[in-house]
Design a protein around this ligand. Structure first.
Ligand code: ZN
Length: 241
């Protein structure tokens, strides 16, 4: 069995500052996601947070990371550009990246997309229904026609992203909006999945169907190659003249 090594990164600020969030995620959002992933014998998940040295994302940690999960919101600006460049380089070499919810505005996601990654939003306990557009895709394995989050923050269009290479989920909200809530891209050799559920004041990451999608995404995004970029001068395969 091929083990997939996952690092779940979280800025881990809301949980320290807001009692409501702390009650939902006593071990942090990163802890809840890693715990759910670690119930599967083919996954080895560890965690990293903003306030650790180098945000917990040292070269040594990234050497041992097949897939990186990213949750951030209030402290995107505190993430050092050195670490962002390091993560970008790893993605281009083949590391998978799963960007969650408000990570749409993280430095790493915006850099990899090359667009603003802005969207519209509202905190009003909307019901969200995520439609499964790709029932044959590895990320939706075990997921039916749709899933519902009874109360959630609304994320709506227009989402300023490059055209997704595969649109996996589209969300409908009780307030009337729609949103491209599950999208994939490849950058260099790395696979990227953006998945919008996961506002901190709702227990979204305790939902078994959401956990299943995160597991599927980790398995899908694991590297098939790791290639360090170079720009070599090469000899001809045949004598060229
Ligand atoms: Zn949110």
């Amino acid at each position: 069995m091929n083990t997939t090594k996952v690092t779940v990164w979280n800025e881990f600020r809301h949980e320290k500052q807001n009692g409501k969030v702390q009650a939902i995620y006593p071990g942090g959002i990163h802890g809840a996601i890693a715990e759910a992933l670690n119930r599967n014998p083919d996954i080895e998940a560890r965690t990293a947070t903003l306030d650790e040295p180098e945000h917990g994302l040292t070269e040594a940690v990234l050497d041992q990371t097949d897939v990186l999960f990213w949750w951030g919101h209030m402290a995107h600006g505190e993430v050092s550009d050195t670490v962002v460049e390091r993560v970008q380089k790893r993605v281009l070499e083949g590391m998978g990246l799963i960007v969650l919810h408000s990570g749409h505005f993280s430095k790493i996601f915006r850099r990899l997309m090359g667009t603003n990654c802005s969207l519209s939003w509202r905190e009003n306990d909307d019901k969200e229904r995520l439609w499964n557009l790709q029932p044959g895709h590895p990320i939706t394995e075990g997921i039916g026609r749709y899933l519902e989050i009874p109360r959630h923050e609304m994320y709506g269009e227009r989402f300023d992203i490059p055209e997704p290479e595969k649109l996996i989920f589209i969300s409908w909200y009780s307030g009337g909006e729609v949103f491209r809530s599950g999208c994939t891209w490849q950058r260099g050799h790395g696979k990227i999945f953006y998945f919008s559920p996961g506002h901190e004041t709702y227990p979204v990451f305790h939902d078994p169907q959401i956990q299943r999608i995160l597991l599927n995404a980790a398995r899908w995004a694991r590297p098939t190659v790791r290639i360090v970029d170079a720009c070599p001068m090469v000899e001809p395969v045949e004598p060229s003249r």
